[in-house]
Ligand binder design. Sequence first.
Ligand SMILES: NC(=O)c1ccc[n+]([C@@H]2O[C@H](COP(=O)([O-])OP(=O)(O)OC[C@H]3O[C@@H](n4cnc5c(N)ncnc54)[C@H](OP(=O)(O)O)[C@@H]3O)[C@@H](O)[C@H]2O)c1
Length: 311
Amino acid sequence: MNFQCDHSALLPLSVKRIVITGAKGMLGQAFQDVLERHAPMATVLALGKSDLDIRSSDQVLSIADFRPDFIFHCAAIVNADYCEENPDEAHAVKVGGTRNIVELALRTEAKVFYPQSFLIYDNQDLPITETTSPNPLSVYGRLKLEAEQIVAEALPQSLVVRMAGFFGGWEIDKNFVGKFVPHIAKLIKAGVQSIEVGDRIWQPTYTNDLAYNTLLLLANDRSGVYCMASHGQASFFDVASEITKLLAIDEHFSITPASLTKVSITEKAKRPEAVIMENRRLNGEGLERQRAWQNSLAEYLDQPYYRSMFT
Ligand SMILES: NC(=O)c1ccc[n+]([C@@H]2O[C@H](COP(=O)([O-])OP(=O)(O)OC[C@H]3O[C@@H](n4cnc5c(N)ncnc54)[C@H](OP(=O)(O)O)[C@@H]3O)[C@@H](O)[C@H]2O)c1
């Protein structure tokens, strides 16, 4: 990670015992990477779905013996369209699973970190801050909000971070950047020279930046709700155009904007047209460590995993 981060800032976490649920996912993996780099002495129990299914109360409570100080609750079903079509399964994981995690935290007195999604918002006045009332448009958003409320009510010392949409993890990146880059690599090989990309507005944010900044909050004993996003805003079209520039393929491949209606017609879950968050509380407390999305995207793409797709 090249951005300005204080290498000693996370040292208080070195003596902590940390459970990560959903540890094989994008955010769970980023926590492990950042902890390894900045607090390598922390005792981390990183559990993927095959190690721990959060729907099973017995499996979750069996972790009590580990005596965690923190539980980073990253396990979830994150495909909003899948949740729309499978609400019972989504409820069992997001709400049922979170209740089990809360029970574990109550038994062990562990502090829970809950990553919240920007999809709990509708087309509200921008920018969104910690005092903006959520109003989810989808099953995904409603269940995420219900789970956050369960955590906050049972565990007033918990930390909730409402995060922008992210990229990270290279081969496990199932969001826009992770899907788009291999897709255009295939198109270029097939001789295609342009593609249409939608114009919904978001704040593409690097998982490693989110993990570092969240760990900084925990190292400083913070609780409650924070908004966290990269600096700036971008449509998917903007991000796609930046990707072609950064990968130096913009001369052979062009991106044209597709209207939002054309994109949303294929989606099952309703999404807001634009969610722009302001890191107001982070800034107010001097704990903001985000950067311009173009800078973190450049760092993320400058890796053999992506570069090799175009050689
Ligand atoms: N993605 C975003 O842009 C974004 C933005 C803001 C907040 N968030 C939140 O951040 C958290 C992590 O998201 P992510 O993008 O890192 O998702 P991810 O990559 O899909 O990671 C979630 C992990 O949870 C696992 N999982 C699913 N069901 C489980 C179960 N029953 N028990 C245990 N593990 C289970 C998944 O395993 P399988 O893949 O094998 O099912 C996956 O490895 C979520 O709460 C999400 O809502 C995400």
